[in-house]
Design a protein around this ligand. Structure first.
Ligand code: SAH
Length: 341
C-alpha cells in the first residue's frame, strides 16, 4: 500500500494518521514483522499482527562471484515460487537487478528466463522486497535499481508502476527515479502508457536488431510491433518525457552483428540522441546461439560511433554464477545452483 492507502486503512481501524506513517517507514526499511516496529506500542503491534501479515521474501541461496563480487540471490515467495535478484557493486554505488515476473512469456530466442513461460506476475510488494531484502542481506546501501531480471516489466504494468511509487516514496526506500532503469522488449502500447506518467526513470529498449527480418527471428514480440513502430514509440516517449532512450543490443554471432546491421542501426538512430549498449550474448546452453567475436563487437561499435551514435560496450558481470544478462532462469535453477555451489 502507498502512504495514503495505508492511512485510509488505518483510519478505518480507528487509528491516528501518524501510525500509518510510522508503519510505512518501517516497511520501507524492510521490516519483516510488526514486532520490529519499536516505536509502536506493544498492544498495537499485537493487534496489527492479528490482522495483517507481512509476506517477506525468504532467502534460499546466495552466491558471490569470485571474479567480480557480483551477488545472486534466490528468494522464495510466499506461495512457494522463487525469483532471482542480482546485486552489482560499482564505484558509483550499489545496483540491484530485480525480476518483475516469475518466468516470462515473451519468448526471446536467446533468453533463458522465458524457457518455462510465465508462471505469474510479481506483486509490487514482492519487487520492493527484492530491493530491500537484498540490501539488508548484503549489508549494502542500494542506490540504483534496474528492472532487467526475469520477466517483462511492461507486461506487469500496474504492479510495476505501483512498485515504482513505493520505492520512490521519500518516507520509504526513497530511491530517485533517475536512479531507476526499466528495460522492455518493446511493448508499444505500454511504452505509450508509461510516457503518459512522465516518470524520470531511464527507459531501456531491447532492440537487438535494426530490421524486421532479423528482429522477428530473435524476438516474437516483433511480430506484434515491428521495428518502425517501436522506434516511433521511442520518439514519442522522448518527446513526452524529455528522457532519452537507451537501446540494448545483444550481439549474436552471424545473426545480428554484421557491418550491414551496424549501418542499418546507425541509419535509424542517427540524430535521435539515443544511446546504444552493446553486449556480447551470454551463452545459454539451451539456446544454441553464440556470442559475437570481440572483433565483431569492436567493428560494430566503430560503425555506430563514426555515424555519431553514442555507444558503450557492456561488461559482463557475474558470468561465473549465471547471473549475467539473460541467464537468470527458473527451470534450470536446481541444476545451475548445484553445479556452482
Ligand atoms: N523483458 C525485459 C527485461 C529483462 S531482460 C527486456 O526484454 O528488456 C534484460 C536484458 O537482457 C534484455 O535486453 C534482454 O534482451 C537481455 N538478454 C536476454 N538474454 C540474454 C543473453 N543470453 N545475453 C545477453 N543479453 C540477454
Amino acid at each position: 500500500m502507498l502512504p495514503d492507502e495505508l492511512a485510509a486503512e488505518f483510519k478505518a481501524l480507528g487509528l491516528p494518521g501518524y501510525r500509518a506513517g510510522q508503519v510505512f517507514r518501517w516497511l520501507g526499511r524492510g521490516a519483516a514483522s510488526f514486532s520490529e516496529m519499536s516505536d509502536l506500542p506493544a498492544a498495537l503491534r499485537d493487534r496489527l499482527d492479528g490482522i495483517y501479515t507481512i509476506p517477506a521474501l525468504t532467502l534460499l541461496r546466495r552466491q558471490i562471484s569470485r571474479t567480480d563480487g557480483t551477488e545472486k540471490y534466490l528468494w522464495a515467495l510466499p506461495d512457494g515460487e522463487s525469483v532471482e535478484t542480482v546485486l552489482m557493486r560499482y564505484k558509483h554505488g550499489n545496483s540491484v537487478c530485480i525480476s518483475s515476473q516469475v518466468g516470462c512469456r515473451m519468448g526471446c530466442a536467446f533468453c533463458a528466463s522465458t524457457i518455462g513461460g510465465k508462471v505469474r506476475d510479481l506483486a509490487a510488494s514482492e519487487m520492493l522486497d527484492e530491493v530491500l531484502r537484498t540490501g539488508l542481506t548484503a549489508g549494502a546501501e542500494i542506490s540504483n535499481i534496474v528492472l532487467m531480471g526475469i520477466g517483462e516489466p511492461l507486461d506487469n504494468f500496474d504492479n510495476v508502476v505501483r512498485f515504482l511509487a513505493l520505492v520512490n516514496d521519500p518516507s520509504g526506500a526513497d530511491i530517485g527515479m533517475r536512479h531507476i532503469s526499466l528495460s522492455t522488449c518493446g511493448l508499444v502500447d505500454a511504452i505509450d502508457k508509461l510516457a503518459g506518467l512522465h516518470l524520470q526513470l531511464t527507459l531501456s529498449v531491447s532492440l537487438h536488431a535494426p530490421d524486421d527480418a532479423t528482429r522477428s527471428a530473435l524476438m516474437p514480440v516483433n511480430g506484434r510491433y515491428g521495428v518502425e513502430e517501436l522506434l516511433a514509440a521511442c520518439e514519442r516517449y522522448f518527446k513526452k518525457t524529455g528522457r532519452r532512450i537507451s537501446f540494448e543490443y545483444a550481439m549474436v554471432r552471424g545473426v545480428n552483428d554484421t557491418a550491414a546491421h551496424a549501418r542499418e542501426l546507425a541509419r535509424r538512430l542517427r540524430g535521435t540522441g539515443s544511446h546504444v549498449n552493446l553486449i556480447r550474448l551470454n551463452h545459454v546452453p539451451e539456446r544454441g546461439l553464440e556470442p559475437s567475436t570481440p572483433e565483431a563487437v569492436r567493428a560494430f561499435e566503430e560503425v555506430l560511433s563514426a555515424a555519431g551514435v553514442t555507444v558503450t560496450v557492456r561488461r559482463r558481470l557475474g558470468s561465473d554464477i549465471d547471473a549475467a544478462c539473460g541467464q537468470l532462469r527458473r527451470g534450470q535453477m536446481r541444476k545451475s545452483w548445484n553445479s556452482t555451489h
